[in-house]
Ligand binder design. Structure first.
Ligand code: NAD
Ligand code: TYD
Length: 359
């Protein structure tokens, strides 16, 4: 078997950070399978475009014969499965793509990977791993003061996105339990950092604030998320791939619970410092409370003691330095931003916010 891993969704936000970190730190080849939906962007991978250990393949995880031939051709020793539809608001506006990619796509991956794994020689079978990258949103919502989600918290998804990811977690679990496929699942909290598509809270607010546009805070702004710098998440996945126990689940989090309004005001203050603009004035004035997301989960919090204890992983980047780094990254990559603000992106922003801002 080759010293190769196969990553799905490696042109998206977390996947591209993972592939870049992998090339910088590991010695194995990475085959990067991505459909290049609106969320996938080859520019994220420009610095390793011609790297001898990176192979980009444009394709669909739902295409079973294509996935089967890719596995035959590259003989990976592990799969890291990121590919998904990932934005809650889009899942509310149009759930079909989430059912297709997150559920059917994971099923097709499991089936093809199982056939491939069953045909491997015994020694190769025992080192093989399928790492399934999932989210804390599968656990549902917490009230203030309730204990954080741990690995035994029952799945109780509330959005179409969360339901599709919970379904994929269940499929992965069953393929291990029934067929013995050597899987490990991770459930991580909200990521932020370089290359995040500006439909998500942090990059959307950074760019709107930079340009003096309204900052649309849903509901009362007191929903709480646990924020993890993306490079810490990628390092955790590498630890899970190396030493995670087969059939286990690991929660990954940043120990950084923040209300949305606290995140947005922090962004305003850092931008006022880095890019003062008298025509905008204090950017906190741009904050606009808008109509809430339907079914909006109140609070997520992760208990990450299991991965700390078993795999010696803890988050390294505190939120205060991570958010500053992220803002500086966006300021230095406005050409990337302009490149992805295509017609399709502008249509989504128009669709999602027109009605909310009219409140
Ligand atoms: P993203 O939306 O930025 O990227 C998803 C990538 O998957 C894109 O490159 C897209 O082109 C690709 N893709 C979509 N459908 C595909 C298909 N059918 N075949 C092949 N490729 C396809 O997502 P992200 O934020 O990088 O999230 C990656 C994974 O991590 C997802 O599984 C998500 O559920 C999980 N996750 C994300 C967060 C977060 O905060 N962003 C937190 C925890 C877990
Ligand atoms: P988001 O980045 O979409 O991640 P998720 O919904 O997966 O947690 O949103 C993070 C939080 O920010 C969530 O509570 C919804 C809120 N939010 C806003 O208040 N305004 C916005 O424009 C967006 C996109 C999100």
């Amino acid at each position: 078997m080759n010293n190769t891993i196969l990553v799905t969704g490696g042109a998206g936000f977390i996947g591209s950070n993972f592939v870049l970190q992998w090339i910088a730190n590991a010695d194995a080849r990475v085959v990067n399978l991505d459909l290049l939906t609106y969320a996938g962007n080859r520019r994220n991978l420009q610095s390793i475009e011609h790297h001898s250990r990176h192979v980009f393949v444009h394709g669909d995880i739902c295409d079973e014969s294509f996935v089967a031939s890719l596995l035959r051709e590259h003989q990976p020793r592990a799969i890291v499965h990121f590919a998904a539809e990932s934005h809650v608001d889009r899942s509310i506006a149009g759930p079909a793509a989430f059912i297709r990619t997150n559920i059917t796509g994971t099923y097709e991956m499991l089936q093809q990977v199982l056939r491939y794994w069953q045909a491997l020689p015994e020694g190769d079978q025992s080192v093989f791993r399928f790492v399934h990258v999932s989210t804390d949103e599968v656990y549902g919502t917490l009230l203030p003061g309730e204990p954080a989600f741990n690995e035994t918290t029952p799945h109780a998804p509330n959005s179409p996105y969360a339901a599709s990811k919970a379904s994929s977690d269940m499929l992965v679990r069953a393929w291990h339990h029934t067929y013995g496929l050597p899987v490990v699942t991770t459930n991580c909290s909200n990521n932020y950092g370089p290359w995040q598509f500006p439909e998500k809270l942090i990059p959307l607010m950074v760019l709107n604030a930079l340009e003096g546009k309204p900052l649309p805070v849903y509901g009362d702004g007191l929903n709480v998320r646990d924020w993890l710098f993306v490079e810490d998440h990628c390092a955790a996945i590498r630890r899970v791939l190396e030493d995670g126990r087969i059939g286990q689940t690991y929660n990954i989090g940043g120990n950084s619970e923040r209300s949305n309004i606290d995140v947005v005001t922090a962004i305003c203050d850092i931008l006022d410092e880095l890019r003062p603009d008298p025509s905008i004035g204090g950017r906190r004035n741009l904050i606009t409370y808008v109509k809430d997301r339907p079914g909006h989960d109140r609070r997520y919090a992760i208990d990450a003691t299991k991965i700390a204890r078993e795999l010696n992983w803890v988050p390294e980047q505190p939120f205060e330095s991570g958010i500053r780094k992220t803002i500086e990254w966006y300021l230095a990559h406005l050409d990337w931003v302009n490149d992805i603000r295509t017609g399709a992106y502008l249509n989504w922003i128009e669709q999602n916010y027109a009605e909310r801002l009219a409140q």
